[in-house]
Design a protein around this ligand. Structure first.
Ligand SMILES: *Cc1c(COP(=O)(O)O)cnc(C)c1O
Length: 348
C-alpha cells in the first residue's frame, strides 16, 4: 500500500477529556472546530458524547451542521464565529447557538430569529473576536433581557502561566460579567491548567483532548507511519532531493518514503525532522517534496517496511518544534491522503 497510515486513538481522546474534566468542578465542553483539529469530526464527537460531553464548540455554522448530523438532538452546539449573513436558516433548522460577537451580529440575530438561543462573546484584551467594554456597556441591559445561554471570552496567553495577561483578562472578564446570572466561560485547555479561578461554569478544551501542549499529561492520540517505497546506496559526495540540499560525506543508504508537504509534512521539516524505526532515530535528509521524503537509514540493519513520524518517540509538539510551529498546526495540516484508522472505536 502506497499511502501512509494515520491511526487516531479514540480511547486516548476520551481519557484526555475525562482527565481535563476531573480538574474542574464545572462542566467541560469539547472544541471540535477544524474537523476536530484534523482528526475526524464524526468519530471524535461520537466518542466524546459517549464519554459525557454535552456541549460542542465549532468555528463556523457549517461545522456545527456536521456535528448536529452526527449527534442529533440532545447536545448544544456553539458557533464561535457567531451569526453571519446567510447562516440564519442553518442556525434555526439545526438549532445551533451562535456566540454573538458584535452589534451587527446582535441585530442580525434578534431580527432574524427573535426567540432563538444565543451566547455572547466578549473581548477582554485579545482583540480578535467579541464585544469590547464600551460596546457591551451600551447593549448589556437589553441583551440580558433576552437571556443569553452563555457568556464567554478567550485568553491570549494561557499557555504561559506566568504571563501578566492572564490575570488582566480574568479581571476584565469579571468586571464585564459582574452581577450577570448567565453561565460564564473563559478557559480553553491552557485556562483549565491556570487554576480554579479561571474555570467559571464551563471550560472549552480543544488541543488537550487531542494530546497536545500545554496539557503535558495528555495521552498521545496520533500515530503516523510512512511506507518505504524505495531504497538506494550512495557513495561520498552524492546529493539527495531538490536543490541538492543534502550531500553525503560517507557512504549512505537513503530510503524514499510516501508522504510529503501535500500530506501536512511541512516543508520546513526539510533536513530537520527525525523518523523512527521502533526506537532508532533516522534523520530526514534533503527537502520535503510534495509526495515524498528521503531518510538516512544507513545505521539500520535491514530496510524497514515503514518508519514512524508521529508516535511515542515523537509527539505532535516535538515535530512541531522542528518546523518552528505548534502542535495545533501539525494536527490541522494532516492530509486527507492517509489511510486513517481509529483505535478504540467500538461502535462499528
Ligand atoms: C480554539 C478555541 C478554544 C480551544 O482552545 P485550545 O487551546 O485548543 O484548548 C477555545 N475557545 C476558543 C474561543 C477557541 O478559538
Amino acid at each position: 500500500m502506497g499511502s501512509a497510515k494515520l491511526t487516531i486513538d479514540l480511547d486516548a481522546i476520551t481519557a484526555n477529556w475525562r482527565a481535563l474534566d476531573a480538574m474542574t468542578n464545572c462542566e467541560t465542553a469539547a472544541v471540535v472546530k477544524a474537523g476536530a483539529y484534523g482528526l475526524g469530526i464524526d468519530r471524535v464527537v461520537k466518542v466524546l458524547a459517549k464519554a459525557g460531553a454535552r456541549k460542542f464548540f465549532v468555528a463556523i455554522a457549517e461545522e456545527g451542521a456536521l456535528v448536529r448530523q452526527v449527534l442529533g438532538q440532545g447536545v448544544d452546539i456553539y458557533v464561535f464565529g457567531g451569526h453571519m449573513r446567510g447562516d440564519t436558516d442553518m442556525i434555526h433548522d439545526l438549532s445551533l447557538t451562535p456566540m454573538l460577537n458584535s452589534l451587527d451580529q446582535l441585530t442580525r440575530h434578534f431580527e432574524a430569529l427573535p426567540n432563538a438561543p444565543f451566547g455572547i462573546q466578549l473581548d477582554t484584551g485579545m482583540n480578535r473576536l467579541g464585544m469590547e467594554l464600551a460596546e457591551w456597556d451600551a447593549v448589556r441591559d437589553i441583551v440580558l433581557t433576552q437571556t443569553p445561554v452563555l457568556i464567554m471570552s478567550h485568553l491570549a496567553c494561557a499557555d504561559a502561566p506566568d504571563h501578566a495577561m492572564n490575570s488582566q483578562q480574568l479581571t476584565q472578564f469579571r468586571q464585564m460579567t459582574a452581577g450577570i446570572k448567565a453561565p460564564l466561560s473563559l478557559a480553553a485547555t491552557g485556562g483549565i491548567l491556570l487554576g480554579q479561578q479561571y474555570h467559571f461554569d464551563l471550560t472549552r478544551p480543544g488541543i488537550g483532548l487531542y494530546g497536545g501542549q500545554p496539557f503535558n499529561q495528555a495521552q498521545p492520540v496520533v500515530n503516523l507511519s510512512l511506507p518505504v517505497i524505495q531504497c538506494r546506496d550512495l557513495v561520498v559526495g552524492e546529493t539527495v532531493g531538490y536543490a541538492n540540499s543534502w550531500v553525503t560525506n560517507t557512504r549512505a543508504t537513503i530510503a524514499t518514503l510516501s508522504g510529503g508537504y501535500a500530506d501536512g509534512l511541512l516543508r520546513a521539516l526539510s533536513n530537520g525532522a527525525m523518523l523512527w524505526a521502533d526506537d532508532v532515530a533516522c534523520p530526514l535528509v534533503g527537502r520535503v517534496s510534495m509526495d515524498l521524503i528521503t531518510v538516512d537509514i544507513s545505521h539500520l540493519h535491514k530496510v524497514p517496511d515503514r518508519l514512524e513520524i508521529l508516535g511515542p518517540q515523537q509527539t505532535v509538539d516535538a515535530l512541531a518544534q522542528k518546523a518552528g510551529t505548534i502542535g495545533y498546526e501539525i494536527l490541522t495540516s494532516l492530509g486527507n491522503r492517509y489511510s486513517r484508522g481509529y483505535a478504540g472505536d467500538y461502535s462499528r
